[in-house]
Design a protein around this ligand. Structure first.
Ligand SMILES: NC(=O)c1ccc[n+]([C@@H]2O[C@H](COP(=O)([O-])OP(=O)(O)OC[C@H]3O[C@@H](n4cnc5c(N)ncnc54)[C@H](OP(=O)(O)O)[C@@H]3O)[C@@H](O)[C@H]2O)c1
Length: 279
């Protein structure tokens, strides 16, 4: 087994390949820029061709190497298509960043089934499928990393985001278990769990301002910039570990919340059988 990259040896990643999903904007675009600065050669994936090529061109203009692939990752053939393109375009695939995700805030019982199933497919099934397709390449090399962008909502589930919180909690369980399976074979798996980040996540067509932009304006200290998450991903290149909570203050707060959770969670009595279900 070849050794993992040592902290501080920047040139170690020069020419190594990285695949970043959801790289057309937000956290994914920030991760792509940060990895390009580390010398990695990038394959950027998303559905918005114009924005993807803007990110790719920006990286190229700054001296980095990036190409893009327009792909809906929920399509049944997506993982095979990405694998083919990875083999064609990346000399030495090293890192897969499963970042693409969507979130819709709505009560579960009011959501159309096809719509929440699409969310689950994007946030959980697609990253697992892509990992399943690309993992053999990393294992054959005896070196590589897989990063999932999870969420603090895995620990602090939010009402109206039950599907999203569930998908992110599942990603954490999956990522930690997979890390135990493959670490001895030279591949490390990490889950990055940020709190609120200023991006377009959850924007509906009718929104004049994305909800997280509004939150950033109203409560600036509660919202991170995407670059903070990108820096956490770069740190994992040098020091892989199973779970990285972002920011550091949340990592500490998380431990405290674990203890306080039973007292913070509202306790409601179950309605008696036969009632209309309102509490
Ligand atoms: N913002 C936050 O507060 C926050 C907090 C914790 C975790 N996260 C996680 O961070 C990740 C990135 O989210 P973000 O905040 O940067 O949101 P964003 O600005 O809405 O970006 C989401 C990205 O995912 C891509 N995407 C969505 N569906 C896709 C599909 N079917 N196929 C391919 N690409 C798809 C989008 O690209 P196209 O539209 O071009 O397809 C876009 O590039 C997500 O996993 C999210 O759950 C976000």
């Amino acid at each position: 087994m070849r050794p993992f990259p040592r902290p501080g040896s920047d040139s170690r990643f020069a020419g190594a390949g990285a695949i970043v999903t959801g790289a057309s904007r937000g956290i994914g675009a920030a991760i792509a820029r940060a990895l390009a600065r580390e010398g990695l050669h990038l394959l950027l994936i998303g559905r918005d061709e114009v924005r993807l090529s803007e990110v790719s061109a920006e990286i190229g203009a700054a001296g980095g190497t990036a190409s893009s692939l327009v792909q809906d990752l929920t399509a049944p053939e997506a993982a095979d298509t990405v694998t083919r393109v990875v083999v064609e375009r990346l000399d030495a695939p090293y890192l897969l960043v499963n970042n693409a995700g969507i979130a819709t805030a709505q009560r579960f019982d009011r959501r159309p089934r096809e719509e929440w199933e699409r969310e689950l497919a994007t946030d959980l099934l697609a990253p697992l499928r892509l990992t399943y397709a690309l993992l053999p390449i990393l294992l054959r090399q005896g070196r590589g990393q897989v990063v999932f962008i999870g969420s603090a909502s895995a620990d602090q589930p939010l009402p109206r985001l039950a599907v999203y919180s569930g998908a992110k909690a599942a990603l954490r369980g999956f990522g930690r278990a997979l890390d135990l399976e493959v670490a001895r074979r030279g591949v490390r798996v990490s889950v990055v769990e940020p709190v609120y980040v200023r991006t377009e996540l959850g924007r509906r067509p009718t929104d004049t301002e994305p909800p997280l932009e509004r939150r950033a304006r109203e409560h600036p200290s509660s919202v991170l910039e995407p670059e903070v998450v990108a820096r956490a991903v770069v740190r994992l290149l040098y020091r892989p570990r199973p779970v990285s909570r972002v920011p550091l203050a949340w990592a500490a707060g998380h431990a405290l919340l674990g203890v306080l959770d039973p007292f913070l969670t509202p306790r409601r009595r179950l309605p008696p059988p036969g009632s209309d279900g309102r509490t």
